[in-house]
Design a protein around this ligand. Structure first.
Ligand code: PLP
Length: 392
């Protein structure tokens, strides 16, 4: 018998999300009895608020066990439209909203739709690793947009626009950003939008999954606020980070009219629909009390202050204050360590899980990402251990 043939060549180009690999290694070490502090994975350490869990249980008891419409139940899409209106002042039709099995699936779908050999796709570097992985999978050329500390960990609009040519099919924007916590300013976004107006052949994927996690009284600027690019714009959002629902696999996206037919077919071919009780939970999350969200945000903000202050006391660490999300992204070049080796050794020897900057792109060299979605006690212990590790 012949062995099964190998998977198609595209699968040799597909990458990984190393934060999840670090998580798997942390679990393995913990199972061996090691005391591990996990600042690696990007998920809230809070439980999903109780009223949201109850809504899912109620939905199951009420018999919502079957398929739902492939684009999501109407009351949930209406809730997303209401939330969008409240947050951005922009009215979106529930027809343009797709309920997705997590935030990630929107980037998967958008990149699959726009990527092919000969096409070019712009993505943030450092940035969420799946952008580049999926771009390479499609055979398109990944074109990194530098996200530099010198630019406050935001894109520079002029530089970004200079990377666009006639082959560019898609540009991925992410603010607040993973892994840097950078938030693009309204001014820079306006400049980018102005430039994109003269490139109507370029679709835009705006990953706004951290839109609630923004500090110092700033308001999130959604690309939805710019009607001139609405026909080019796909917005990625979801419940994972705002309502502490990473394991529910629930997200939404907003699509321009001309891509609706394709995304609907993609959903039908891929996942049929998102699980029904999670969708009812999603309504409760949006329409219910937001006290827990505010409490989480306050807790993240407190931890942000503590982690930045303490990281800056470590020899060789320089950390600017992140403006959003829940990651600190210090520059560790002065320690003399390569970032990935540092992260690996730190986990193996000192039991602290963090992620090396190069896992988010080549411009991440010299940086490490620490998630502060963890208790103050754990953050302080972790920093003590890093200090001891550096002073061995
Ligand atoms: N986009 C960014 C920038 C992220 O950091 C993440 C998760 O870490 C996602 C999307 C994916 O979200 P989800 O867990 O809902 O798939």
């Amino acid at each position: 018998m012949n062995p099964i043939p190998q998977s198609i060549k595209a699968f040799t180009r597909i990458g990984e999300e190393n934060a999840l690999t670090v998580l798997a290694r942390s679990v393995e070490l913990a199972e061996q009895g090691r005391d591990i502090i996990n600042l690696g994975v990007g998920q809230p350490d809070f439980k999903t608020p109780e009223h949201i869990v109850e809504a899912a249980i109620r939905a199951l008891r009420d018999g919502h066990h079957g398929y739902t419409p492939f684009n999501g139940i109407l009351p949930l899409r209406e809730a997303v439209a209401r939330r969008t209106l409240t947050k951005t002042g922009i009215e979106i039709s529930p027809d343009n909203i797709m309920i997705m099995p997590g935030g990630k699936v929107t980037m998967f779908a958008a990149i699959m739709m726009m990527g092919e050999p000969g096409a070019e796709i712009l993505y943030p570097d450092p940035g969420f690793p799946i952008y580049r992985s999926m771009i390479e999978f499609t055979g398109a050329k990944p074109v990194p947009v530098p996200i530099l500390q010198a630019n406050d960990f935001s894109f520079n609009a002029k530089q970004t626009l200079s990377l666009i040519n006639q082959n560019t099919r898609l540009i991925v924007i992410n603010s607040p950003a993973n892994p840097s916590g950078g938030v693009a300013s309204r001014g820079e976004i306006e400049k980018l939008v102005k430039g994109l107006e003269s490139h109507p052949h370029v679709a835009i994927l705006s990953d706004e999954i951290y839109d609630t996690l923004i500090y110092d009284g700033q308001n999130h600027v959604s690309l939805l606020e710019f009607p001139s690019i609405r026909n080019q714009l796909i917005v990625l959002n979801g419940w994972s980070k705002t309502w502490a629902m990473t394991g529910w696999r629930l997200g939404w996206s907003i699509w321009p009219d001309q891509l609706l037919g394709d995304i609907r077919k993609f959903a039908l071919n891929g996942w049929s629909c998102v699980n029904a009780p999670a969708q009812f939970a999603g309504i409760a999350a949006i329409d219910g009390p937001q006290d827990d969200v505010e409490k989480m945000l306050k807790a993240f903000d407190r931890r942000r202050g503590i982690i930045v202050e303490q990281l800056n006391k470590l020899p060789g660490f320089r950390c600017s204050t992140p403006k959003g999300a829940f990651y600190a992204f210090p520059d560790i070049t002065q320690t003399g360590w390569k970032a990935k080796e540092f992260a690996t050794q730190l986990l193996e020897e000192s039991g602290v899980a963090i992620v090396g900057g190069p896992d988010f792109g080549s411009l991440g060299e010299g940086y490490v990402r620490l998630s502060y979605a963890n208790s103050i006690e754990n953050i302080e212990h972790a920093i003590d251990r890093i200090d001891q590790f550096l002073n061995r």
